[in-house]
Design a binder for this molecule. Structure first.
Ligand SMILES: Nc1nc2c(ncn2[C@@H]2O[C@H](COP(=O)(O)OP(=O)(O)OP(=O)(O)O)[C@@H](O)[C@H]2O)c(=O)[nH]1
Ligand SMILES: [Mg+2]
Length: 417
């Protein structure tokens, strides 16, 4: 296990409370990557040192500690340029990485799908390219774990020319994946039910809610960024009214100062979210930083041009609050309080979704001549609950709004009861 220390540089006006929160979160990230945090350092100054980022006094203080505490990794909160990174490694003689590289490394260990791996590798190379000097061998020199892992089994390439080539290959491959997705999306757009995405800060409980709603076995963990790959499943609303359902998508979480390379390479995943009919923004209300976390996510959603009217804020983990039943009464159609883990408020959430989308739905029966009947195209329009045959006619029981039924009739004809 790697033994690390954290170092941060902050502007003089930054409050200690805020710094503590930032460094505490960085500690969780490092632990999520599998290393131990042995100490924290920070310095307040307004302009970073060109050579070491932090001042020389601080650098030598840290150097002493490395020997005393047997440290083999230093993680900087701030972005390091290649000169600072090289100087620091030369001075400390141990591996030095910044927070962005740490997050990329965590993503590399979590990526499972082909698309996820392509996206992570692209993000890593986009990060590395401007930081390479000459042949850029520095990166691999200190080898080991954190900060040098490629996604899956791939080794990170460290040659500038090869990186550039690889970036263009990865981009092309992702365009292909994106094209496939567009085809799928077109099919999905004509599904008869809404597609709803979970969004939120990492560890807010998105996968826990996903599991609660879909009964799907998904990875749930205290570690940050346990989910990378999007997953789409059906959520049944039979408890409210038989036959109704929607599609739910679990996906990657966010964090403050998300490395821009990741946002860039995860574009396809984020676009999926943009395309959905509704976004459940999951907020961990038990976290003392929840308001800041909420704002960070809102910033990203705004950046993705997602309209506010498409977002429901879901405050999760109310079970860890005192007297949480009082929260439940505060739920309305824009803000809901739940405990995904304890299954509190989930039925209410389903009701709100039901009312939003299916309020004007009714049960209809369509009678269609057998030769006109095409179940696939009907299934894209209407929720089919039953089907039977009598004489030359197919009778289909469906759930639909009146508006959709009128459109359907214009297109396919048939007799509607
Ligand atoms: N007390 C409490 N803990 C919860 C609740 N929901 C989730 N958790 C815990 O919060 C942690 C993170 O949950 P996940 O569901 O993995 O969170 P996530 O949003 O999917 O996180 P990432 O995939 O990493 O972005 C786990 O330890 C869960 O057990 C809840 O309602 N109450
Ligand atoms: Mg998750």
């Amino acid at each position: 296990m790697e033994r690390s220390i954290i170092v941060g540089l902050f502007k003089t006006e930054k409050h200690k409370y805020e710094i503590d929160c930032i460094l505490e979160e960085l500690k969780l990230l490092i632990e999520s990557a599998g290393a131990k945090v042995c100490d924290l350092f920070y310095q307040k100054r307004d302009s970073p040192d060109k050579k070491y980022l932090i001042g020389k006094g601080k650098v030598s203080e840290i150097k002493n500690l490395i020997n005393v505490k047997d440290i083999n990794l230093i993680v900087f909160y701030n972005y390091l340029n290649n000169i600072q990174q090289r100087n620091l490694e030369n001075y400390f003689k141990i591996k030095v990485i910044d927070r962005a590289r740490l997050i990329l490394d965590i993503f590399a260990t979590r990526a499972k799908s082909i698309e996820g791996k392509l996206q992570v590798e692209l993000a890593q190379l986009l990060y590395l390219l401007p930081r390479l000097t000459g042949k850029g061998i520095e990166l691999s020199r200190l080898g080991g774990g954190i900060g040098t892992r490629g996604p899956g089994e791939t080794k990170l390439e460290v040659d500038r020319r090869r990186i550039k080539k690889r970036i263009s290959v990865l981009k092309k491959r992702l365009v292909k994946v994106r094209k496939n997705r567009d085809v799928q999306r077109k099919g999905r757009k004509s599904y008869p039910v809404p597609v709803i995405s979970l969004a939120g800060y990492t560890s807010a409980g998105k996968s826990t809610l996903f599991k609660q709603l879909t009964s799907e076995e998904v990875t749930i963990s205290e570690k940050l960024f346990s989910t990378l790959d999007p997953l789409l499943r059906r959520v049944c609303l039979d408890e409210i009214e038989m036959g109704y359902y929607f599609l739910l998508s679990d996906t990657v979480g966010f964090i403050r100062n998300m490395p821009k390379e990741l946002l860039q390479s995860f574009k396809t995943t984020l676009e999926e979210m943009v395309q959905s009919d509704l976004i459940l923004h999951i907020v961990d209300i038990s976290n003392s930083e929840y308001l800041n976390q909420k704002m960070e996510v809102e910033k990203i959603l705004e950046h993705l041009n997602i309209q506010n009217s498409k977002i429901i804020t879901v405050y999760n983990k109310i079970d860890s609050m005192e007297d949480y039943s009082s929260f439940l009464n505060q739920s309305n159609e824009n803000e809901i309080f739940i405990s995904a883990k304890e299954n509190v408020g989930i039925l209410n959430l389903k009701k709100i979704i039901f009312n939003k989308y299916f309020k004007d739905y009714e049960r209809y029966t369509i009678a269609i001549p057998e030769d006109v009947f095409n179940i696939n195209s009907i299934g894209k329009w209407l929720i089919i609950v039953n089907k039977s045959k009598k004489d030359d006619l197919i009778y289909i029981d469906v759930l639909s709004s009146k508006k959709k039924m009128i459109k359907f009739r214009q297109r396919y004809g048939g007799y509607i009861k």
